[in-house]
Ligand binder design. Structure first.
Ligand code: NAD
Length: 461
């Protein structure tokens, strides 16, 4: 029986034109792919640690060599400003460098015994693992999974989002060119509901690392139970950005723009809930509105662009719907929130005031360029507002009072808290969410734990 290959059209969000047409992988092909990946994992594990590290460094070097091409591809496929895409490509290559250096520092333990026996733990790779990534940071998020999975000794099957598969495919090609076994990193293009589910259901894929929406994360959690599959789930967020009156306001507000509108707000760490202490609320609102209204929205490939289009017509209409729905519910649209009359999925960045904690724009992840300002009265009120969400991925606290910084940061229910910065991601430290933002952690040495099983051996003498 021959399988008819379905083609996937990849659309460029800035123009609405077709960027490429790619063959998708049928569910019936998955089993053969997994077998090939398992054989490649065996070949990979037979290499010395030095050779594995050298291969990961070769991938990093190839990403650096092709950096501008990859950045342009990412910018065109996602619609993100080229300056952001360049930073993400650099982060992807650094991720491979970090795990090349980390792979021989992932330690086990030994335990004292009374009978002279040898009692120790070691970390064993799974063999084949699966990675499912969303459309907003395709290259970076693929590299956060591929690099530690390989460093730990696994093969990896990657499913990029159907909207943005281009750079994950390019990365798989780079891995082959860099000399890795050809089936060690395989990128399978297709829909989440078909090939995505099949990856989650396949019994020989023993771990799934998923980044995406909380809704799909819940489904994967349930499906994975059939095989008690190991999971890392990096899900949605609704990050609070808490600014106290004693903070360096200019710095906090400059950073707030980037934290709300980078990648057109399509960021799980987007700090779209700006909580401002009441005495500075009006001044913060006026300054933010002025700065946001002046943002350069346009061609993502232009170096001056601060915000490109949203990834799809659907994503833009969802974001516009939050603006109109909030206005109808009594919120004030201070600036922006309108579709641009041009080709592509552009809209102006929006700032809302007079919102209430019950409004969907405050409760739900918009995943678009829509920020809302809310006043608070004191530390306890700020913490209550910050934690009044189902999510718990990222948060920021801005204050010049060191004691307050510690008190507030400690009480915010969030996997990552940043003080006097909005930066959430540091390669060397764990990243991930509490509450509905997920399970497990990526990055740092924790990611190596996540791609291995802990095994205990007791050897009598
Ligand atoms: P999504 O959940 O719709 O899709 C994510 C990936 O899962 C895609 O590759 C998709 O094809 C696949 N998928 C969809 N249904 C599936 C199923 N039933 N089984 C298996 N795979 C399936 O998310 P999205 O719209 O691509 O991305 C946006 C979401 O991702 C947001 O909620 C955002 O917060 C989240 N995100 C989280 C992080 C993080 O680190 N926590 C980072 C980036 C994005």
């Amino acid at each position: 029986m021959t399988t008819v290959t379905e083609m996937l059209e990849v659309i460029e969000p800035a123009t609405g034109d077709v960027l490429d047409a790619l063959p998708t992988v049928a569910v019936s092909e998955l089993d053969a792919r997994v077998h090939r990946a398992a054989a490649a994992a065996g070949e990979w594990q037979a290499l010395s640690l030095d050779d594995r590290a050298a291969s990961l460094l070769a991938v990093a070097a190839a990403v650096e060599r092709d950096a501008e091409e990859l950045a342009r591809l990412e910018s065109r496929n996602v619609g993100k400003p080229i300056r952001e895409a360049r930073g993400e490509v650099a982060l992807a290559s650094r991720t491979f460098r970090y795990y090349a250096g980390a792979l021989d520092k992932h330690l086990g333990q030994t335990f004292p015994t009374s009978d002279g026996a040898l009692h120790y733990t070691e970390r064993r790779p799974f063999g084949v693992v699966g990675a499912i990534v969303p459309w907003n940071f395709p290259l970076v998020l693929a590299s956060w999974k591929i690099a530690p999975a390989l460093a730990a000794g696994n093969a990896i099957i990657v499913k990029p989002a159907a909207l943005t598969p281009m750079t994950a495919l390019a990365l798989a090609r780079i891995c082959i060119e860099a000399g890795l076994p050809p089936d060690l990193v395989q990128t399978l293009v297709g829909a989440g509901g078909s090939i995505g589910r099949a990856i989650v259901d396949h019994p020989a894929i023993r771990k799934i690392s998923f980044t995406g929406s909380t809704e799909v994360g819940r489904e994967i959690y349930q499906r994975a139970a059939a095989h008690l599959k190991r999971l890392t789930l990096e899900l949605g967020g609704k990050a609070p950005n808490v600014i106290f009156a004693d903070a360096d306001l200019n710095r906090a507000l400059d950073a707030a723009i980037d934290a709300c509108f980078a990648n057109a707000g399509q960021d799980c760490c987007s700090r779209a809930r700006i909580l401002v202490e009441r005495p500075i609320h009006e001044v913060a609102l006026a300054r933010l509105a002025e700065r946001i209204a002046g943002m350069v929205v346009g061609d993502p490939l232009d170096d001056r662009t601060e915000m490109g289009p949203l990834v799809s017509a659907h994503q833009r209409s969802t974001a516009l719907g939050y603006v109109s729905g909030s206005r109808a519910a009594g919120a004030r649209v201070v600036c922006g929130g309108e579709a641009l009359d041009r080709e592509g999925w552009f809209m102006t960045p929006a700032l809302l005031a007079d919102v209430t904690s019950e409004m969907p724009v405050v409760r739900e992840e918009v995943f678009g360029p829509v920020a809302a300002l809310q006043p608070f009265d004191d530390e306890a009120h700020a913490i209550a507002l910050a934690n009044d969400t189902d999510y718990g991925l990222s948060a920021s606290v801005w204050t010049s009072d060191a004691g307050r910084a510690v008190r507030v940061a400690r009480q915010i229910e969030s996997g990552v808290v940043s003080v006097n910065t909005n930066s959430s991601v540091h390669l060397t430290a764990p990243f991930g969410g509490m509450k509905a933002s997920g399970l497990g952690r990526e990055l740092g040495m924790e990611a190596l734990d996540a791609y291995t099983e802990l095994k205990t051996t007791y050897q009598a003498v």
